[in-house]
Design a protein around this ligand. Structure first.
Ligand code: MN
Length: 258
């Protein structure tokens, strides 16, 4: 049996150490192509670069081929990689390992998850992997769990239009991870922080940041699982229709408007 083909990307940039370690680990069970942004593109969401030329540049690390970097977004990397580099396209897209959780509402901003969404849109089985906070305490442990979940997923009858969003607790020792929980998306969010400062010419500038909010963690959610030491695996669908609101709206008089 031939090895599965994997396109590996991230949003922390091709220089991020967890990417290289995950490449090495997946290469034991798959043929891996690394296509990653040439710099950090965290919170790039699902942006595609339409208005400037994109370049695929071969990258070497310690005298061996690492893969290619792209002067674009994580979604660009997946699109270019699938369309140009990998004969017949990959069997899987893996995005990560991100330094920092992609939990709850994070995923609408996340370049990491969006790369997996792009893979899903292209009809490829895709997963995103993140460590729940940063800096990552034990990268090797996160890599080991990523590989375990990937190997499990090889045999999973992947539904169409669904990706797996994996979050690994940020712990230092293997014994602190209790196992895996299948979860739903929480309402985890960041408390938006906006700093206003002044430059040397006394003109104001702004810096956007955020702090994780931990209240209201419901059982069965992604944030709940990682906070209790479980690897969280959330199936994410691309169809964002609110089924409940759909029924409520249909029963309203909206469609009678003329
Ligand atoms: Mn990131």
């Amino acid at each position: 049996m031939s090895l599965p083909k994997v396109l590996l990307t991230n949003d922390d940039g091709i220089g991020a150490p967890p990417l290289v370690l995950l490449r090495d680990a997946l290469a034991e069970v798959a043929k891996v192509w690394v296509v990653a942004p040439d710099r950090e593109r965290s919170a790039a969401s699902h942006a595609l670069t339409l208005h400037k030329p994109l370049r695929l540049t071969p990258q070497r690390l310690n005298g061996t081929d690492l893969g290619h970097c792209v002067n674009g977004t994580p979604a660009d990397c997946v699109f270019l990689g699938v369309k140009t580099l990998i004969p017949g396209g990959p069997d899987f897209v893996v995005s990560g390992i991100n330094a920092g959780g992609n939990l709850g509402n994070d995923i609408t901003y996340s370049g990491t998850v969006s790369a997996a969404m792009e893979g899903t849109l292209l009809g490829i089985r895709s997963m995103s992997v993140s460590v729940a906070s940063s800096p990552i305490r034990n990268v090797k442990l996160a890599v080991r769990w990523s590989r375990r979940i990937f190997e499990w997923a090889l045999a999973w009858p992947w539904p169409k239009n669904t990706l797996l969003n994996v979050n690994i607790p940020n712990v230092d020792r293997a014994a602190k991870i209790k196992g895996v929980r299948v979860t739903r998306q929480s309402e985890a969010s960041y408390e938006g922080i906006l700093a206003k400062r002044h430059d040397l010419r006394r003109r104001p500038y702004y810096w956007i940041g955020g702090r994780r909010r931990y209240e209201g963690i419901e059982p069965g959610t992604d944030l709940w699982a990682v906070r209790r030491g479980y690897v969280s695996v959330t199936p994410i669908q691309l169809d964002m229709t609110d089924r409940h609101a759909l029924e409520v709206l249909k029963e309203s008089n909206l469609e009678t408007i003329r």
